[in-house]
Design a protein around this ligand. Structure first.
Ligand code: ADP
Ligand code: MG
Length: 413
């Protein structure tokens, strides 16, 4: 007697699909997809992806994960077309990037990819990204990224301004990456973070995050007295469904278009909606700088290891003293700090701190050209240089700020 073939178990419906040149090159992705979806996923080669996306079964996918390696660089525009086709069909697209250049990654993100994770996948990274996609996809209709939602809870956000003590010391890079690291951490527990680019003339947050400069920002800033919650949120944009950003306006405005009262109103509004409010300040001291210092919990002052920064730091400290402003909130951060092994550099940093009679609270390593390249392509360190010492330092700070912020909020309840 011939044995009956074993019954085919009910096949799990396909909920997601990887798209790659050869999925065997991404064995960690295979493992993580299994963990996330069991048998409910499939794989398709780049060459067949466009055809597959036309099929009815593609319509019900939760997402596609496009796995791209260095070897696919020459093929990147065809892969971009796959991303575009998937987005046209309303699918969510996650890019899995292995040693991909910022330019190539930028190209895929511009085609509409929702998010990306580096490969090899850090522990839990795929799961977190899928959760983010699901969260972003849950409210119907699909959230309009230009129209953030008003939070019901009355928050009491931590205010963290960042000011460079000389041009180009890296204040905006620090502010933008700090805000993003905070939003990654806070987002896990339902916290919200916003970045206000108050460098009204040369603000670069829009560039570093590849966001357009909205007309509503000018409207908001020119009549803050009339601002309400909706108006404020209309002027914000959401970066990767997480970080809310008020970019600088499209046109260069006089810094005194706002005064202390307007700035106070703006910060209070932001605090009521967000758990953390990171502010990129202009490098000049303006008539509303004092208001920001008074509203701040910590005020980061970035400097470089040079005479310009040293002399400007001295003048800022003197100004704070003479105005009776809270000096203890200042946290000096030395950017492009000498490496641990650079003993003479370390010695110079120590002498700088001694001569200014300050403590350098943060030493931010030099990230080299990749930092500038990432900025030029509107990408963040967490995305292009997740393991770089500079990113690690900013993330460490974000973790500790988050702990302090949540402890303070709990104590205030
Ligand atoms: N730690 C760093 N390592 C390498 N490059 C950096 C670092 N910090 C900033 N940069 C680069 O320096 C330039 C100026 O930085 P930016 O943050 O715009 O300065 P600021 O806002 O103080 O004018 C940018 O090109 C940026 O990529
Ligand atoms: Mg700047």
């Amino acid at each position: 007697m011939t044995s009956m073939p074993a019954p085919i178990p009910d096949q799990a419906p396909i909920r997601a699909c990887t798209v790659s040149r050869d999925i065997q090159n991404f064995d960690l992705l295979i493992e993580d997809m299994e963990a996330e979806l069991g048998g409910g996923w499939g794989d398709i080669a780049f060459a067949e992806a466009q055809d597959f996306l036309e099929q009815p079964e593609a319509r019900h996918l939760e997402f596609i994960a496009v796995a791209v390696g260095d070897a696919d660089a020459a093929n990147i525009s065809a892969i971009g077309e796959i991303v575009e086709a998937a987005k046209r069909r309303g699918l969510r697209v996650l890019v899995i990037a292995e040693e991909l250049s910022p330019i190539a990654l930028h190209q895929l993100m511009r085609k509409g990819a929702d998010d990306f994770v580096p490969y090899p996948l850090p522990e839990g990274a795929l799961h977190d990204a899928v959760e983010r996609l699901r969260r972003a996809g849950s409210p119907a209709p699909a959230p309009d990224p230009t129209c953030p939602r008003l939070s019901r809870s009355n928050r009491d956000g931590v205010v963290l301004p960042v000011q460079g003590l000389a041009g180009g010391v890296g204040a905006s890079t620090f502010a933008v990456n700090l805000a993003w690291e905070l939003s990654l951490i806070a987002g896990e527990v339902g916290g919200r973070v916003c970045l206000l680019d108050l460098d009204l003339q040369f603000g670069s947050a829009a560039t570093y995050l590849d966001l357009p400069r909205k007309e509503a920002v000018f409207e908001l800033l020119s009549d803050i007295a009339a601002m309400d919650g909706e108006g404020f949120l209309q002027a914000l944009q959401v970066y990767r469904n997480e970080l809310h950003v008020l970019t600088a306006p499209a046109d260069i405005l006089p810094l005194d278009i706002v005064g202390p009262d307007e700035i106070n109103a703006l910060i209070d509004m932001a605090r009521s909606q967000f758990d953390f409010v990171v502010i990129d300040m202009p490098k000049t001291i303006v008539n509303w700088t004092e208001a920001v210092i008074n509203r701040s919990h910590l005020y980061f002052a970035l400097l470089a290891l040079d005479m310009r920064s040293a002399q400007n730091a001295l003048r800022v400290i003197r100004a704070l003293k003479s105005e009776g402003l809270p000096r203890e909130r200042l946290r000096f951060a030395l950017n492009r700090a000498p490496k641990f092994t650079d003993l003479s550099g370390r010695g110079r940093a120590r002498r700088l701190a001694d001569s200014l009679d300050i403590e350098i609270a943060l030493m931010l390593p030099d990230g080299g050209r990749s930092v500038t390249e990432a900025g030029d392509h509107g990408l963040l360190l967490a995305e292009t240089a997740a393991r770089s010492p500079l990113r690690k330092e900013i993330r460490k700070l974000a973790l500790s700020l988050h702990d302090v912020g949540t402890a303070a909020a709990a104590a205030a309840q």
